[in-house]
Design a protein around this ligand. Structure first.
Ligand code: ACO
Ligand code: HSE
Length: 358
């Protein structure tokens, strides 16, 4: 697998919405820019759209961070489908977020960027699709934060999306996940360069962001995976391989990501709750009348299988698949061949029948 560098591809396109965007929680963004990529061709009936929703540190470049999903006969097949992936609201890869200029102040939003929600991310994607003249999506698919967006698509726009495939996600962020996010954010706040989010250019809270990533990496993997890969072996001198692995991953994130963005996106994930302000959590799940294929990762310590089984229990036309791997939550990025096949089978099976019936 190619290492994901977080560079914005030159193939990235931009959609600008000059209308003010009101967030779910009432903040007003004067304008919104969306960075997006597409692959394949939109057919004459405009009914071959597959929407890919990114995970936490991803970008519009799904062919970078989820490369193995792109192949003839695989999940994302450019000869069949028109595949769209946009960078989420609040991120730092081209879509409006804390690193963007605030037109009202002329400086970066930084920590002034408002608290946003998964619903805001979906609303911004909806603006993009409308701007591209698309009003039907045959499949919305994504893992982790991407899975949350997929579920919100089902709740917000069931007339637009025709099938959903959320992976390694829940219908509402658990106390456990909120606690992990907060511990990571506290590592950033504790960095001497944090300066309440107004860190100087070239002096980000690097140690804090690296520590946050190291904590997160432990939750993206599993006891078994760390034990099998690193055991008690040393990397150099008295540094264990398990330590140097985390140092490496922490360093890599600091090179490609922004601390205020990390805070914005993890808070949005913590706000994830399909039931908020609606008729009730279970009712919302029951009301999703689309074919839904739920992928559960057996070794996931962040979103355990009970959470996907809960989704499957309440969403009427859902079924559940299990990815039986030792890798932990990030198995969706590692065993891509298997995941890709599962998506294609869904697309050509239950998802296709919903699509043809529409
Ligand atoms: C939406 C998104 O997910 S965005 C981005 C994709 N995800 C990420 O980048 C998250 C961070 N990366 C990863 O977790 C992984 O690289 C994955 C999930 C993408 C792939 O998993 P794996 O194939 O098992 O890769 P692995 O976890 O071994 O990481 C490989 C890297 O760790 C390094 N590494 C492995 N063991 C050690 C060690 N003991 N000490 C130091 N470095 C180590 C490798 O040299 C390699 O470095 P590179 O990425 O700079 O080439
Ligand atoms: N590893 C993912 C987050 C967890 O799925 C990312 O870096 O975006």
């Amino acid at each position: 697998m190619r290492a994901y560098t977080g560079m914005i591809s030159e193939k990235t396109a931009y959609f600008d919405s000059t209308e003010p965007f009101k967030t779910e929680l009432g903040a007003l963004l004067p304008s919104v820019r969306v960075a997006y990529r597409t692959w394949g061709k939109l057919n004459a009936r405009k009914d071959n759209v597959v929407l890919v929703c990114q995970a936490l540190t991803g970008s519009a470049d799904a062919d970078g961070w989820w490369e193995g999903m792109f192949s003839p006969g695989g999940a994302f097949d450019e000869s069949e489908d028109f595949i769209i992936c946009s960078n989420v609201l609040g991120s730092c890869y081209g879509t409006t977020g804390p690193t963007s200029l605030n037109p009202l102040t002329g400086r970066h939003y930084g920590p002034d960027f408002p608290l946003i929600t998964i619903r805001d991310m979906v609303e911004v994607q909806r603006l993009l699709l409308a701007g591209l003249g698309i009003d039907r999506v045959k499949l919305a698919v994504g893992a982790s934060l991407g899975g949350m967006q997929v579920l919100e698509w089902g709740a917000l726009y069931p007339d637009v999306v025709q099938a959903l495939m959320p992976m390694g996600a829940s219908g509402r962020h658990s106390a456990w996940c909120i606690a992990q996010s907060e511990a990571q954010r506290q590592a950033i706040y504790a960095d001497r360069d944090w300066n309440d989010g107004w860190y100087a250019d070239g002096h980000p809270p690097a140690k804090g962001l690296a520590a946050a990533r190291m904590m997160a990496m432990c939750t993206y993997r599993s006891f078994e995976n760390f034990q099998a890969r690193f055991g008690r072996e040393f990397h150099h001198g008295t540094t264990f391989k398990a330590e140097s692995y985390l140092h490496h991953q922490g360093r890599k994130l600091v090179e490609r990501f922004d601390a205020n963005t990390y805070i914005t996106l993890t808070k949005a994930m913590d706000m994830h709750d399909l039931g908020r302000g609606r008729a009730g959590y279970e009712e919302v799940l029951r009301s999703i009348q689309l074919p839904v294929e739920i992928l559960s990762i057996n070794s996931d310590i962040l979103y355990p299988k009970e959470e996907q089984e809960e989704l499957a229990r309440f969403i009427p036309k859902s079924s559940i698949l299990y990815l039986d791997e030792p890798y932990g939550h990030d198995a969706f990025l590692i065993d891509v061949e298997k995941v890709s096949r599962m998506v294609r089978e869904f697309l050509e099976g239950r998802a296709l029948s919903a699509h043809s019936a529409a």
